[in-house]
Design a binder for this molecule. Structure first.
Ligand code: ADP
Ligand code: MG
Length: 687
């Protein structure tokens, strides 16, 4: 066994009891300990003569103990008090409730203490309460002046942790081999890994404490770089593997697309034209396309996807569009069916409820198939699937997509999302994808006036609904539906529906939720689309993709329970026609975080800004499904803070892979890579 993987229990001074505590911190081996970095550092370099100390200063004082007293407070706490002297004066060190110090501290002993100085006014002494201390015979060998502070767990003190780390460093550092080539280290001006790891725990005296505390020191950078480098190597190798795969080269004549565009009731935006071109060029390549299309809510991604699907169909292949919900699949089905009317295309919907016609997919009679996950999960066979489009799906990470492909199909893939992806995320969770952006909305889109209204003023909302319908608009009233409380939520949606029916007997109110039979749902959507239903009460089933341009008022009840991107998606259901639109948020219980979300949605309409706010509020992991994506855990790197290092790591990973395709010339890096990606390694390792 490699010594670095020595179970921590066997390290000097640890033992089984402490080992089980350390396990709680994620430390099981010596190597884990080395990568368990301090979360801050204490600067004990501010050595002062006692005479010069001012109250309030954090200082290190070196002297000897003149006298030790044991006292009690009025509340019966014990105090150990040591009078310490250097050649310039005296001060008092006081420890509360640490009687064992009686055995450790002795008069005449040399001692170094560290802490915040204050004045004991009664006795006009400088005193330091509960200082850190080192006595002469235990002064650690390096006489550490910048002291690491670790996050602890109950049962281990800071002092113990520091000495465990000291032991880990002494034992482990000599065993560490430098994985990076010398020229790379020189180029980036990094320290060697053993120096970096040692210094990050026990920094040299001359280091910039601020950089240490911000985890920005060269030592930190080197360690973070290594992690990001392994991350990027894995992702790039996945991408490379794909490039080596054989896919379909689509070379359509273009007649079908031309006819489609002529039939289209509007002009494509410049962005749509540009992106369609990018996609068609990519599809022409003999390697499988793996492309992410990002475009804000309402930017017209469907038409772009349709253009790509028509290219595949013209070449004699089937194309499939996969949506996250049945409602959205239905909506796409209706919308797309009408857009391709008159073209030689057979559109079929296939979901867990519309599941009768698998034979038409197998025979190839249906060539444009729209569905849900049922398409991949069930035993559906395609005759010749050439293109897969995944709509509104940012929860699919690298791993899932790769697994999907490993199922045997090797079609081109287009993943569409409304959530803008910051560059760091694009380089990681989506790092193996090519990227297109629709950065322009179709003309005539109007911003949606967004307002928070307190539930006490509900009457105001009823008035707005009345006004909207009277003047020819339509209204959504949305209720949250969250799995844990599904039954209750459905009840509140149903009650809301009944209430509105009573309030507006002159209008038609509809109810839509995911538990309804699809036929009924379809009927309701049809009636809402045609305008015969005026007010649609719905659960979040309408969150994505639903498109009824005459709907101009969106009421979101319990707005505090929705995530920011959900709110943005919901609001995106209005503002799609010529009438000005409004979105009303009705919050009930506001947490601090919910307040931030509502503020963001009121202030911003741009999806990019909103995603940025979301990332600030929740952190990037949650937002982009890093967890669901199956990415390895990052121990030291932070995808937001370390963005620039990530870019560097990406670049260097590209360079090294160009030089040595499967890292065969870098066996040490390759071994680390396999350790880092663990069971996922097979995805990018061909051999
Ligand atoms: P999203 O990107 O949110 O999926 P959709 O594809 O649903 O957007 O498009 C939103 C609406 O805009 C649809 O009604 C669609 O027909 C319409 N649309 C798409 N492209 C254009 C365009 N270039 N000009 C006008 N309307 C468009
Ligand atoms: Mg859409």
């Amino acid at each position: 066994m490699n010594g670095l993987n020595l179970p921590i229990q066997y390290l000097k001074g640890v033992g089984p009891k402490k080992a089980s505590l350390l396990k709680k911190l994620g430390i099981q081996t010596v190597k884990d300990a080395l990568y368990y970095l301090p979360f801050q550092y204490e600067d004990r370099r501010n050595k002062k003569n006692i005479f010069d100390i001012k109250p309030g200063e954090i200082v290190t004082v070196q002297g000897h103990i003149v006298q030790i007293n044991e006292l009690k407070t009025k509340t019966n706490l014990s105090i150990i008090e040591a009078i310490i002297s250097d050649s310039t004066g005296y001060l008092k060190a006081k420890w509360f409730n640490q009687l064992y110090l009686k055995k450790i501290l002795k008069e005449k002993q040399k001692i170094k203490i560290f802490g915040k100085a204050q004045i004991d006014w009664r006795e006009a002494y400088i005193e330091i309460v509960n200082p850190e201390y080192e006595i002469a015979e235990t002064l650690n060998s390096q006489n550490q002046e910048i002291v690491p502070v670790y996050r602890l767990t109950e049962g281990i003190s800071q002092r113990q942790m520091q000495s465990i780390m000291q032991a880990a460093v002494e034992f482990g550092i000599p065993l560490i081999q430098e994985p990076l080539p010398e020229k790379l280290i020189k180029k980036l001006n990094f320290p060697h890994i053993n120096e970096a790891l040692k210094s990050v725990h026990f920094p040299p005296h001359d280091v910039d404490i601020k950089a240490l505390n911000e985890k920005n020191s060269l030592f930190h950078k080197r360690i973070i770089f290594d992690e990001l480098f392994l991350l990027q190597l894995g992702i790039l190798m996945m991408k490379q593997n794909r490039i080596c795969e054989e896919g379909i080269s689509f070379k359509p004549e273009g007649k079908l697309l031309k006819k489609f565009l002529e039939n289209l009731p509007f002009q494509l935006t410049m962005a749509q034209q540009k992106v369609i071109k990018e996609i068609l060029q990519d599809m022409e390549k003999p390697t499988p396309m793996n492309r992410l299309l990002q475009g804000d809510v309402g930017s017209g991604k469907t038409v772009v996807a349709l253009a790509a699907m028509l290219a595949a169909i013209e070449c004699g292949y089937q194309a499939a569009l996969m949506a996250p919900t049945e409602i959205l699949a239905e909506q796409h089905y209706l919308n797309i069916s009408s857009l391709v009317k008159g073209l030689p295309v057979n559109v079929l919907i296939f979901t867990s409820t519309y599941n009768k016609h698998a034979n038409l997919i197998a025979s190839g009679t249906a060539n444009l198939i729209i569905g849900t996950h049922a398409l991949i999960q069930q035993n559906v066979h395609f005759k010749n699937l050439g293109l897969v489009v995944i709509d509104e799906q940012h929860r699919f990470g690298v791993i899932q997509r790769a697994m999907l492909k490993k199922k045997g199909l090797n079609p081109d893939t287009l993943v569409m999302t409304a959530t803008p992806i910051p560059r760091t995320m694009a380089l990681t969770v989506y790092g193996d994808l090519d990227y297109s952006v629709l950065d322009e909305l179709p003309r005539g889109r109007k911003p949606v006036l967004t307002k928070v209204i307190e539930p006490e003023n509900k009457k105001l909302v009823y008035k707005m609904i009345e006004e909207e319908v009277k003047t020819g608009g339509q209204v959504y009233v949305v209720y949250p539906l969250i799995e844990e409380s599904e039954v209750m939520d459905l009840k509140s949606a149903t009650q809301g529906y009944e209430g509105l029916q009573k309030l507006f007997p002159q209008y038609r109110v509809g109810l839509l939720h995911g538990k309804m039979p699809p036929k009924q749902r379809e009927e309701i959507m049809k009636e809402f689309r045609s305008g015969s239903i005026h007010i649609l009460v719905a659960t979040t089933v309408i969150e994505v993709g639903v498109d009824v341009p005459n709907a101009t008022l969106m009421i979101i009840t319990h707005a505090e329970r929705f995530g920011l991107s959900q709110l943005h998606q919901l609001r995106g259901r209005v503002g799609r026609g010529p009438r000005p639109s409004k979105c009303i948020l009705l919050p009930y219980k506001l947490t601090e975080e919910a307040k931030l979300r509502l503020k963001a949605i009121v202030n911003y309409s741009d999806g990019f800004k909103i995603a940025e706010e979301d990332m600030k509020i929740r952190g990037p992991g949650e937002l982009f499904g890093v967890k669901q994506s199956g990415m390895p855990d990052l121990k030291v790197a932070d995808l937001i803070k370390d963005q620039s290092l990530l870019e560097v790591a990406r670049k260097e990973a590209e360079i090294i892979l160009r030089e040595s395709l499967n890292l065969s010339s870098y066996p040490k890096i390759r071994a680390l890579l396999e350790e880092f990606w663990k069971d996922k390694t097979e995805i990018f390792m061909t051999a």
